[in-house]
Design a protein around this ligand. Structure first.
Ligand SMILES: C[S@@+](CC[C@H](N)C(=O)[O-])C[C@H]1O[C@@H](n2cnc3c(N)ncnc32)[C@H](O)[C@@H]1O
Length: 348
């Protein structure tokens, strides 16, 4: 059978199931988002409880509770035995608030930032324009700067992710060869702090826009790192970058067009000490452009920024080479990202 055959004839031989599943795929995501927001996993953290208990604790209406809780069980987030629900291992590990492995902040952040924006995909596809909820204010944190409570939740969500990323980078990069690093666009410094905690010989700089300084100061002062993690405020396209042995660029290149990515990598090369390392991670697109998750991530960047997108691993390597770096080894990171590491040769 070829794809040019009469659709009715083709339909007789092809199961529409995958299409129906895809059509309602966002319902499953919303079930997870609402369960985190309403505190279902917190309510079940202590052990099995019935639906009435969960409803009382979370405020979920009795008309909705049975289907909602069973749907969560069907999605692998709860388990149901004899009418009582408990968190699945996955939910107990990552969705119980106040645990160090909590990823619920990230789930809430996703809910808050993705839903409205992706609801405008058709508009974006027609106009080519980003559909960020707050296009006038620009930038990554947008209007959250005006609302401290919103900002705090947002940053906590990001930290849930950077905790994991930091632990991974602490293991994957050979930090023994280096004494200093700069996290470029390091937000409130959480990743820098995780790396500095893991490797006490390192001095860290978090470089970000000046407006981020108060958030950094508040966050880092609570972490007892002394003066090992400093903040430098500035524009990484215009201001001098700190001299360092390592530069980390996490979720930075995807925010800009190719020319600015090249410019930034050249500036990083110039600021890097000879023998130094640059570490880039993003949800890079496979060179074949076939991984749907990476392509959805790239579409997301096009939805929320005027010039951003994900980019291919091969392109990243080319830009690094053009900037003067050697190597450019690429490896998977956390199952969702790609890590590219390159070097500046030691002075002869
Ligand atoms: C998407 S966030 C990435 C944060 C962090 N690196 C991570 O991976 O979670 C981008 C960061 O870059 C900062 N940023 C954006 N443009 C910048 C510029 N021109 N100069 C300095 N920092 C900038 C933003 O303030 C924000 O903290």
């Amino acid at each position: 059978m070829t794809t040019t055959e009469d659709p009715t004839t083709t339909a007789a031989a092809v199961d529409p199931g995958p299409l129906i599943k895809l059509t309602i795929a966002d319902c499953a995501a919303k079930v997870l988002h609402s369960a985190v927001t309403l505190g279902v996993f917190a309510a079940l953290a202590e052990g099995p409880r019935d639906a009435a208990h969960v409803s009382r604790r979370t405020g979920i209406h009795s008309r909705m509770a049975p289907d909602f809780l069973d749907a969560l069980a069907g999605l692998g987030l709860l388990e149901r035995t004899d009418g009582r629900y408990r968190n699945s291992l996955l939910a107990q590990a990552y969705l119980v608030p106040d645990s160090t492995s909590y990823l619920g902040g990230f789930v809430e952040l996703t809910n808050e930032t993705l839903y409205g924006t992706w609801g405008r995909l058709t508009e974006a596809l027609r106009t080519g324009e980003p559909q960020h909820l707050d296009p006038d204010k620009g930038g990554f944190v947008g209007d959250r700067h005006q609302d401290p409570a919103k900002m705090k939740r947002f940053l906590a969500g990001l930290d849930a992710y950077s905790d994991r990323m930091g632990a991974e980078l602490a293991r994957r990069v050979d930090w023994r060869r280096h004494t200093s690093f700069t996290d470029l666009g390091g937000a409130r410094g959480n990743l820098a702090a995780v790396l500095a905690q893991a490797h006490p010989h390192l001095r860290a700089t978090c470089f970000d826009l000046e407006r981020t300084r108060p958030l950094f100061t508040e966050h880092i002062s609570g972490l007892a790192l002394g003066d090992r993690v400093a903040f430098v405020g500035g524009d990484f396209f215009a201001d001098e970058l700190p001299q360092s042995d390592v530069f980390v660029l996490g979720h930075i290149l995807h925010g800009f067009d190719t020319e600015r990515r090249r410019t930034l990598l050249r500036r990083v090369f110039d600021a890097l000490n000879p023998g130094g390392t640059v570490v880039v991670y993003d949800r890079m697109i496979d060179d074949d452009r076939s991984d749907p998750e990476r392509l959805l991530s790239s579409l997301h960047m096009r939805l929320v920024s005027p010039d951003g997108s994900e980019y291919r691993v091969a392109d990243c390597r080319d830009w690094l080479r053009e900037a003067g770096f050697t190597d450019g080894a690429a490896e998977p990171l956390l199952g969702t990202h790609t890590l590219v590491t390159a070097h500046k040769e030691a002075a002869a």
